[in-house]
Design a protein around this ligand. Structure first.
Ligand code: NDP
Length: 339
């Protein structure tokens, strides 16, 4: 089996040397356990936080430990009465080709209902994050203008389509013309602005003002940096901001792309904005509600999704580093084993 461990903590941008590839014999399940062969590993931006020792909402991965992550796999051998050989399951198996599990926090998937990889993307944690940010944090209403950054990513693409389906005018911000064309033509964004083409936050602010002359009622914040600088002055009075992530700063880069705190603070006051950070695990009890709304929309094509697949677990470190800088186009997945 192959496992990828954290070898050292990154200083800024992670490098392949921060990861160790560790090959060993296949483990055998004990009583009450099962052996899972991993098919799909999800790569998510939060993993950058787990590589760092800095205080956060979750404990870091210790040096020498296997990298954390959600995955989908197939039960190969089971000594657990709740799971049978051939079951397709999802759980937090980590960056591994095979995992031993006692079934804790493992869910069975029905491959007839949706492609099983969607449990890691559009119908999994990222989709749930999009739904939560829009409905439970921003509280979008029909007719409002909503802006979504990282508009074509795992979270952003679902957020854009849900907001559109709920009757909002939806503006996306994404990196590059290809992603923007996809946002407008496939995902149904009314407009998508290319943050890479805008030299700074002020340029982006002017573009956003043109795209939303009456202001932004809801901002789904995924990136921070230049995009936040462009959005904040354009927030409508009584606008709401859901702080979901700030990926442009995760590697410690782009720290000059920021608005002075006094200016940001006074904008929040004068425009009477509501700004709320959220972590999707706190809202997980609403997952059934999300999935009952989103699954039919995925099935009938009202919510489209795109996956960006890298073959082979050994390539996960490079793929992860690339994703943190926008190299992915859609939900980032590693195909660890055959379907
Ligand atoms: P994505 O699939 O959106 O991939 C990351 C994207 O971030 C890249 O494709 C890129 O898109 C964008 N990006 C990277 N660097 C920059 C930059 N310097 N400036 C602007 N954009 C950048 O990832 P996810 O959908 O999985 O995650 C999106 C955000 O949601 C992240 O911030 C993540 O941490 C957060 N999140 C938060 C959760 C919570 O519970 N609060 C749960 C899940 C995710 P582009 O090329 O378009 O710029």
């Amino acid at each position: 089996m192959l496992q990828i461990r954290l070898a050292s903590r990154p200083d800024g941008r992670p490098t392949p040397q921060n990861f160790d590839l560790d090959r060993g014999p296949l483990p055998q399940p004990g009583d009450g356990e099962m052996l899972v062969r991993v098919i799909w590993l999800s790569l998510d931006p939060y993993m950058r936080g787990r590589m760092s020792a800095a205080k956060s909402y979750a404990d870091p991965v210790e040096i020498g430990d296997v990298m954390e992550g959600a995955a989908v796999g197939e039960v190969v051998t089971s000594k657990n009465p709740d799971f049978a050989e051939g079951d397709v399951v999802t759980g937090r198996f980590g960056w591994v080709s095979h995992a031993i599990s006692d079934g804790t926090q493992v869910q069975k998937l029905d491959p007839a209902q949706a492609p099983v990889s969607t449990a890691l993307g559009v119908l999994g944690m990222p989709g749930m994050t999009a739904w939560t940010g829009l409905n439970r944090i921003i509280g979008i209403k029909k007719g409002e203008t909503v802006l979504i950054s990282a508009a074509t990513g795992a979270v952003g693409a679902v957020a854009g389509q849900i907001a559109k389906a709920q009757g909002c005018r939806v503006i996306g911000v994404a990196g590059g013309p290809e992603k923007c064309a996809y946002a407008e033509q496939e995902l149904g964004y009314d407009v998508c602005l290319d943050h890479k083409a805008a030299q700074d936050g002020e340029t982006l602010a002017k573009q956003i003002a043109e795209a939303a002359p009456d202001g932004i009622d809801g901002y789904f914040e995924n990136v921070g940096g230049k995009t936040l600088m462009g959005v904040l002055p354009n927030m409508a009075v009584h606008g709401r901001i859901a702080i979901c992530g700030m990926i442009s700063w995760y590697n410690g880069a782009n720290m000059d792309q920021t608005m002075p705190l006094p200016k940001a603070w006074s904008t929040i006051l004068t425009n009477r904005l509501k700004v709320e950070g959220f972590l999707v695990p706190d809202h997980w009890q609403h997952y059934p509600e999300f999935v009952s709304e989103a699954a039919p929309m995925v099935q009938d094509g009202r919510i489209k999704y795109r996956e960006d697949v890298t073959e082979g677990l050994e390539n996960a470190p490079e793929a992860f580093i690339d994703m943190l800088e926008g190299g992915n186009f859609g939900k980032k997945l590693i195909r660890v084993g055959a379907d």
